[in-house]
Design a protein. Structure first.
Length: 387
């Protein structure tokens, strides 16, 4: 928690309306400004690292909407990441909390373990496992795209991800096909692991950075490292991995022909794309280039859906409330389908839509581009969609 970064905050309050937890409880300490007060207290020793203080830090989703809103350029992303690292190093969590967090990191970043764990998702889930069961998707897609799809353009490596490669392997395949259709020389190396984002967002910063460096080494030599997971892209960019781009950033000027896809799609921004990376126009342009597709904008785009790394597991009640709120806005737009550019958002919001009894076909935007390029009919697309 560098004091100079804390001092950048002038406590103006522009961050308050954009903060999901402040919007729920209107409690100063559950706003970015309030948490910065707590950080200052930890730095100068006037506030102990108590259960209450840790609870306020834990309630932060790390959505970075406050970074977009701040007129003073406060680097809240750096502050909360380092604060969480300080908490994990200096605070003793309760046994149940330690067990849940240890279980998450023993399974989620490991593809084989995650595939095995998903086999048990229909079984009863007592106590701390209830949150996992509530968000566990009813689908899986552990397919791996071809390792090389040749093209004449720049050489790109598709980041397959850990959770994404098990639950959204079909998104990776669509990403590879679209990039090849657009002329890129596409590679999806199997020798790639977790990027470390889950670790860094949960206060295990050294491990998060170490994994980012390992991935940087594994994918060295390509013109671009392409990600379709906003949280992964944000983490890698934040920690200096070169040439990382969201897939939407490479598709500003489409080359492959798009065929009509008459569909009303409620598009939700991913916080780590819109706020952390500052990428908002590119995914919209990518969708708007599809003939016949009508892009809908649900209300409260700035407010997080509640996914936020492992937040929907360790802060399940708050996450569910935010997910239900987001699902309500999506349904109010009366779409045929829902889309978001981050796997966590897709898992979170589809779970909320199922709870509401109104599941919608859910897509990553690149899947809609892929369907348009391949000439897939709307009926066929919706029939095979995740919900």
């Amino acid at each position: 928690m560098p004091p100079e970064l804390i001092a950048d905050c002038v406590h103006c309050g522009f961050c308050l309306p954009t903060c999901p937890t402040y919007s729920l409880w209107h409690e100063e300490m559950d706003s970015p400004r309030g948490r910065i007060y707590l950080m200052q207290g930890l730095v100068d020793g006037s506030i102990p690292l108590s259960d209450t203080v840790v609870e306020h830090f834990d309630r932060c989703l790390g959505c970075m909407a406050c970074v977009t809103a701040c007129p003073s350029g406060v680097q809240y992303d750096r502050l909360i990441e380092q604060t969480r690292d300080h908490v994990e190093r200096n605070y003793r969590r309760g046994p149940l909390d330690r067990l849940v967090r240890a279980g998450v990191f023993a399974v989620f970043p490991h593809r084989r373990r995650l595939r095995a764990a998903l086999l048990f998702r229909r079984l009863p889930a007592p106590g701390p496992l209830a949150a996992l069961k509530r968000i566990a998707p009813p689908w899986s897609a552990p397919e791996w795209p071809p390792e090389h799809l040749p093209g004449d353009g720049p050489r790109v490596a598709v980041l397959a991800g850990c959770v994404a490669s098990v639950v959204f392997g079909d998104v990776n395949s669509a990403t590879a096909r679209v990039l090849q259709a657009e002329g890129f020389d596409v590679h999806v190396p199997r020798a790639q692991g977790c990027c470390g984002a889950l670790y860094a967002h949960a206060g295990r910063l050294d491990e998060g950075i170490s994994r980012a460096r390992g991935l940087e080494h594994a994918l060295a030599g390509y013109d671009y490292i392409v990600t379709n997971a906003a949280g992964c892209g944000s983490h890698l960019k934040d920690h200096g991995v070169a040439n990382v781009v969201d897939v939407s950033e490479l598709l500003a000027e489409p080359r492959a022909e798009r065929k009509p896809l008459p569909l009303r799609v409620a598009f939700q921004d991913s916080c780590h794309l819109r706020h952390a990376q500052g990428v908002a126009n590119a995914p919209r342009a990518m969708l708007d280039a599809i003939p016949g597709l009508e892009r809908l904008e649900p209300a409260e785009q700035d407010i997080c859906c509640g996914s936020a790394g492992i937040y929907n597991i360790v802060e399940a009640g708050t996450a569910a409330e935010l997910g239900d709120r987001k699902a309500g806005h999506v349904l109010a737009a009366r779409p045929d389908a829902y889309a978001s550019g981050n796997p966590g958002c897709l898992v979170q919001v589809t779970a909320a839509l199922r709870r509401a009894g109104r599941p919608l076909p859910a897509f990553h935007p690149i899947e809609l581009v892929d369907a348009s390029i391949r000439g897939v009919t709307v009926d066929a697309l919706l029939a095979g969609a995740r919900r």
